[in-house]
Design a protein around this ligand. Sequence first.
Ligand SMILES: [Zn+2]
Length: 260
Amino acid sequence: MSRTYTTTGIILKRRDYQENDCLFCIYTKDFGKIEVVARGTKKISSKLKGYLEPFYLVKLMIAKGKFIDKLANCNTIKSYENLRADPSLLGFALINYLAEGTDGLISGHTSQSDKFNLLIETLNILEQEIAKDLQEKKERLLFISSIYFLKLLGLLGYQPEIHRCVLCHKGILLTKNIFDFSKGGLVCEDCKRVCLIEDYIRVSDGVIKVLQLAKEKSLDYFVTLPVEINDLKALNKVVEKLILVNVERPLKTLEFFRSI
Ligand SMILES: [Zn+2]
């Protein structure tokens, strides 16, 4: 078996490891989430240092190790400079939100590249959108991220029920419905009385429509989709809670994004 392998990946996070080394958690196209050690990367002189910023899209050569694999070489493919250099800090906050959420939802190795491609598509769209003068820019950018997470949850098998009431199984008739997080989907007006108020959010017809569209349409469809500001906010809230239920802790990076 080859002692080295190559792949493409997005750096999700780094942490110090021993005196001069760093451990990188990298989401790769071919192997899912992996952890590799990069020797000497805490030294200013390390030739790898410049390629290893969080959320760089990188080409990697990795050497198999007995206990942990080692980064042998690395080249930047794309650094998402618009997001990184955005003076409002929204871009920086979004990158970190995507990294923390993706890291929390995806566990272990997988050879399927669909989720990786979805993340790259999301980053490419956000890289363009951050440079535009958009109305309700903050909620709109968060909305694109929310659609990403909805699609990711679907690919991971955590698709919430958004076409039928999770309790009586009747089709949702688009009035006065709620999204119940402990039950995993929409609950109709008739069944609502058995739900605990702290576990649900009231959702408008517009929000339900977007939840349904997120399953069917590609990500770029949502870039120009007209959505009322209240529905944008509500949809973002639903996705925030869906992530919370699945990751089992609030994301610090989303708190930071909202604080800007
Ligand atoms: Zn029902």
